[in-house]
Ligand binder design. Structure first.
Ligand code: C5P
Length: 434
């Protein structure tokens, strides 16, 4: 996660953060999260559910905040000073971390049977939810439907992460790390992404991509020759993964269809793994009608072997016994152009962004591709030299659309993605409102 603390500091300095803590072992991480907000200059008020107090005592949070922790709707004294409605108004931002499956379900159905869920119903402030639960509970259809409901309502879901869980299971459901939660909120609230002068009102107003579905393709494809050999290319997947992360940070629901690469999918991103161009096409088309934006970063092989040998191909015996070199010919057939297939859709065509890696005449070739592939936008980069292009090398982009263009100067891929997502967002918003 690469977001400068300066960026987060300017977001949180002087802000009032309402931190809701629900029942789960990750409740102890809420204390670290609280400290992170405080370090960035925010004032934090904690609200705990009854279950949360079984995991961490309210004294911990009271000592860290120097303020009484609010735990009950029926606390006469507390309601006299700052009632639940005032608390909802007081906050600039409301974050529930960890958010249990139970609380998520209550939020989805508008149940207000404790202080935390009552405030959630009374609050108009941006709400961020960091789920934490056992991987089976997270994967359960009920939870997934509730999460989808919250997303549709413009509530930002942060994580959960993948990995080993307190219960011994391995999978998705771990609460995102506190630094990641802070960085995600900072990115979503940041002026350079959303150009909102001040936070007020609902999430949807300030986060144009919140809840929007973005699909990206990334990495190389592998085109099999036989069961052990393939044709591929040097793509590392870094550009696509960096973009997927930035889209997730601004609240989009991101699906990353990825060829084989050595990268972990970013938090909150759904990854679909493929090998060949034909598998890539099938994975993309299975979900494309639901997508708002399609960003094709994958380096798809233009050709594949016309036939795939069932067994490992043997060297020609003549080649073994002969001093003379023997040539082997493999017939190639053209692969489908996935981006062109998507951009050519008559119904439910998403906003289409292509990438063009060129070794010469970058802008000229890219403009031709923009027209030929009927794209909304194309990002062109120079490849082929030692210093720029593939892998973790820096790159520069020329971004073109029908009646405009912009350049992003040479920088690393995380920074490129950070600068490119607002450009795509702006063009996407201009397209859907025109
Ligand atoms: O035509 P060219 O391969 O240069 O176009 C590059 C763009 O088209 C990229 O966005 C790439 O992901 C996409 N593409 C594709 N399917 C192919 C070839 C390229 O989606 N078979």
């Amino acid at each position: 996660m690469e977001l400068t603390s300066l960026h987060s500091r300017s977001t949180f300095a002087g802000k009032r953060v309402l931190l809701g803590v629900t029942g789960g072992i990750a409740a102890y991480k809420a204390a670290v999260l609280l400290r992170e907000f405080q370090k960035l200059g925010a004032t934090v008020q904690v609200v705990m559910t009854e279950q949360a107090q079984q995991f961490v005592g309210s004294m911990t949070f009271a000592a860290l905040t120097n303020m009484p922790v609010r735990t009950s709707l029926n606390d006469e004294q507390a309601e006299l000073s700052m009632g639940h409605i005032e608390l909802a108004r007081w906050a600039d931002v409301f974050i529930i971390a960890p958010a249990s499956a139970n609380t998520i379900a209550k939020l989805a159905y508008g149940i207000a049977d404790n202080l935390l869920t009552t405030i959630a119903l009374a609050s108009e402030k941006p709400l961020f939810v960091a789920p934490a639960m056992n991987q089976k509970m997270w994967a359960h259809t009920a939870t997934q439907e509730n999460i989808a409901t919250l997303r549709q309502r413009g509530i930002a879901i942060i994580g959960p992460g993948n990995g080993e869980q307190a219960c011994g299971d391995v999978g998705s459901g771990r609460m995102s790390e506190p630094e990641e939660i802070v960085a995600t909120i900072a990115a979503q609230m940041s002026a350079d992404v959303i150009q909102a002068p001040e936070l007020s009102g609902s999430n949807a107003e300030h986060l144009p991509l919140l809840g929007k579905k973005v699909m990206l393709t990334a990495g190389p494809t592998r085109e099999p020759i036989d069961p052990v050999r393939y044709i591929s290319n040097h793509s590392s997947g870094r550009m696509g993964y960096a973009l997927a992360e930035q889209f997730a940070l601004v609240g989009a629901e991101v699906t990353l269809v990825s060829g084989p690469v050595c990268l972990q999918p970013p938090a909150g991103v759904t990854k679909v793994s493929i090998n060949s161009a034909e598998q890539l096409l099938a994975a993309v088309m299975a979900q494309i009608s639901e997508q708002d934006i399609f960003v094709s970063v994958a380096a798809v092989a233009d050709y594949r072997p016309a036939t795939v040998a069932e067994q490992k191909m043997k060297k020609n015996p003549a080649a073994i016994n002969s001093a003379e070199k023997q040539n082997l010919q493999i017939e190639l057939t053209e692969n489908p152009d996935i981006l062109r297939t998507v951009s050519g859709l008559m119904h439910d065509r998403p906003f289409c962004v292509g990438f063009a890696a060129e070794t010469e005449k970058v802008v000229e070739h890219a403009r031709n591709k923009l027209l030929n592939k009927r794209l909304d936008m194309i990002c062109a980069n120079q490849v082929g030299s030692e210093q720029i292009g593939f892998g973790d090398k820096p790159n520069a982009l020329e971004v073109l659309w029908q009646d405009g263009s912009t350049s992003i100067a040479m920088t690393d891929k995380t920074d490129l993605a950070r600068q490119l997502v607002p450009v795509i967002t702006e063009r996407y918003c201009a397209t859907i409102t025109s």
